[in-house]
Design a protein around this ligand. Structure first.
Ligand SMILES: C[S@@+](CC[C@H](N)C(=O)[O-])C[C@H]1O[C@@H](n2cnc3c(N)ncnc32)[C@H](O)[C@@H]1O
Length: 244
C-alpha cells in the first residue's frame, strides 16, 4: 500500500539531523517517568529516531518502536541500546503483535499526522488490542484553541555533520482544522524543503474516538508538569488512558 510521508521523515539527510532539531526535552522526561523502575513492556507508535525508546531500554524496559519511515528507523537502530529494542517499520494503524503492552505511547505530536477520522479509529483500535488490562496509553495533541499561527514560525542554525544548516519553519495556511506548513533546510551545497499538514483535533473529537474504541480517559494534562488541562490556556492536551 502507498504511504505518504513527509519529506523530513523519509529523506536520510534530514532524518540524520532530526535529533539536533528535536533534542531531549521535558516532554520526553514526562514520558520516561511514566514507565517507573519496574520492568515494563512499552510500545512507542511513531517512534521516529528512537530517542525515547533508547532511554526506556537504558532503564531495562522491553521496548518496541514502530514507525513507517525507514530513514528514521535507520537512525533509531544506531542508538546506544538500539540492538535491545524491537524496531518495526509500520504505520501505527497497521501494527500487529502477539504481545500486550504495559504502556503504549505516541509522542512528539505524531498523533496530529493522522488527518482522517478513520486513521484515528484504526490507531485507537490498535492501542486497545495491544494493551494489558492494567496498562496505560498516553499521547498528546496540540490544543486547537491556542493561536498556533502566531507561534509557528522559527529560524534556527543547526551544527550538523554536514556543517551549519539554516532551518526555518513557516506557517502557510489553515483550512478547517488542518494546518499546512513548510520546512526549509539550507545546507552548504543544497536546500531541502518539506511541506506538511497537521490536524488540530479538538478534545471532544479525541474523546469521541476514544469512547468508540471503548477506551476511557483517566486524566488530561495541559502541560509537561502535569497541570490540569485548561481549554483556554493549555498548549497541550496530554491524554492518559487506563489505570496504570
Ligand atoms: C514529529 S515525529 C515524532 C517522532 C518521535 N515520537 C519524537 O517524539 O521525536 C512524527 C513521526 O511519526 C511518524 N509517522 C507518520 N505517519 C505515521 C503513522 N501513520 N503511524 C505512526 N507513525 C507515523 C513519522 O515517520 C515520524 O517519525
Amino acid at each position: 500500500m502507498f504511504i505518504h510521508l513527509d519529506e523530513h521523515y523519509i529523506n536520510p539527510k534530514l532524518a540524520e539531523i532530526y535529533d539536533l532539531d528535536s533534542p531531549w526535552s521535558k516532554d520526553r522526561d514526562f514520558y520516561l517517568s511514566l514507565a517507573g523502575d519496574v520492568q515494563k513492556r512499552i510500545l512507542d507508535l511513531g517512534c521516529g529516531t528512537g530517542l525515547l525508546c533508547d532511554a526506556y531500554a537504558a532503564k531495562g524496559h522491553n521496548v518496541t518502536g514502530v514507525d513507517p519511515a525507514e530513514a528514521m528507523l535507520k537512525i533509531a537502530r544506531q542508538k546506544k541500546h538500539g540492538k535491545e529494542i524491537t524496531w518495526i517499520q509500520s504505520k501505527a494503524q497497521d501494527f500487529k503483535s502477539e504481545y500486550l503492552f504495559d504502556l503504549i505511547i505516541m509522542t512528539g505530536h505524531a498523533f496530529q499526522v493522522l488527518l482522517q477520522d478513520r486513521e484515528v479509529e484504526c490507531v485507537f483500535r490498535t492501542m486497545k488490542e495491544h494493551l494489558k488490562p492494567e496498562g496505560s496509553i498516553v499521547f498528546e495533541s496540540r490544543n486547537p484553541n491556542i493561536d498556533w499561527k502566531s507561534k509557528w514560525d522559527y529560524e534556527i542554525t543547526l551544527d550538523t555533520p554536514y556543517g551549519l544548516v539554516q532551518e526555518s519553519r513557516r506557517y502557510m495556511d489553515f483550512v478547517d482544522d488542518k494546518m499546512t506548513f513548510r520546512l526549509e533546510y539550507k545546507f552548504a551545497d543544497e536546500t531541502l524543503t518539506s511541506q506538511s499538514v497537521l490536524r488540530f483535533w479538538t478534545k471532544e473529537q479525541i474523546e469521541m474516538h476514544l469512547s468508540k474504541a471503548c477506551l476511557t480517559v483517566d486524566t488530561i494534562y495541559g502541560d509537561w508538569s502535569q497541570s490540569p488541562f485548561s481549554p483556554e490556556h493549555s498548549e497541550e492536551m496530554i491524554f492518559k488512558i487506563g489505570a496504570g
